[in-house]
Design a protein around this ligand. Sequence first.
Ligand code: GLY
Length: 371
Amino acid sequence: MQHNFEITSSSGIYSVLIGKDVFSDGLQEVLKKSSTDKAFLLIDENVENHHGDFILTSLQKHFANVEKMTVPQGEESKSVSFWSDVSGFLLQNGVRRNTPLFVAGGGVTGDLGGFAAATTLRGIPLIHIPTSVLAMVDSSIGGKTGINHTTGKNLIGAFYKPEAVIADTRFLDSLPRREWVNGLSEILKYGAIRDDSIFSDAEIFLQEDLSKTDPLALINLIEKCIRIKADIVQKDEYEGNIRAFLNYGHTFAHALEKECRFDSISHGEAVYLGMLAAGWLSIQCGGDLEENKLEKFSSLYSYKITVGQLSTDNLIHHMQADKKRIENHIRFVLLDRWQHPVLKTVKDRELIKQAWSIVLGELHKNKRSSD
Ligand code: GLY
């Protein structure tokens, strides 16, 4: 049950291995390229608690010396100061240009570790070991790395090709339910922009115990998403055009995350809400989206924030500050039809305000009763 394929980038080809219990095979792949007996491991603290021994001992079978650093949970780890700590850890422990850095975790650890790999000694070999659904289907693929700045998310970063991505679904077994749902949003995004069959495949998320999901159905779904992303980033690595479609729902989502200080809402929750708003806006802009294909997943999401905490004016202000803006107008990924994304600049502020009311309505409907 393993699938291996390659992604071509401007700085070379890298392989993606996806399946259950594929970690050892993935290491063999990396070893083909490695000529050192030393390796570094950057690992998310939660992943370390569940899988740290397994990952470390697997690496130690191949590398005589493995130096490990743990990354605390949460978006705060994607800070300039923590990136500096990671760089210090690598430099003070004898990193060389050929010493590989294995990065095991979700989107935060992957982005941070990727940026540390890209910048230390102007680039050391990077191997992503995504351990969340979101990291497997999105953030570990396509070479984006980065950290946050006090003025916004992902404002400092680099495109940097990994040597390999090893997506072993064994790591998902310990994932809390909220993390599965976090990844679901990016999966649904691929359904919206590219492949309608994903909406029915993703129904596996509607079952009660997600750790009991049919492994093959899950692997096939994750692979379908990775292949879509691979196809897009191979055609537009540096986001000159179609890569922007991967940001469907994200203009709303990033503004919401910023307004919530990246704390009380997860990226996936924000993206789901953002896609609802983008779908509504698409229809207002002439899109033909008769059926709301996202609705059946609505009950999976529950939100900590209350509507009263949010100011639409602030949210629109954050959208205007988005790094992808063109002049002062806000540019959205919208849908002409399902699976037909387009980039549109919307100048009508009232319309954008109304789109936010879709988000506020959903937040109200699915307010989390307790934590
Ligand atoms: N997550 C969007 C991208 O990689 O372009």
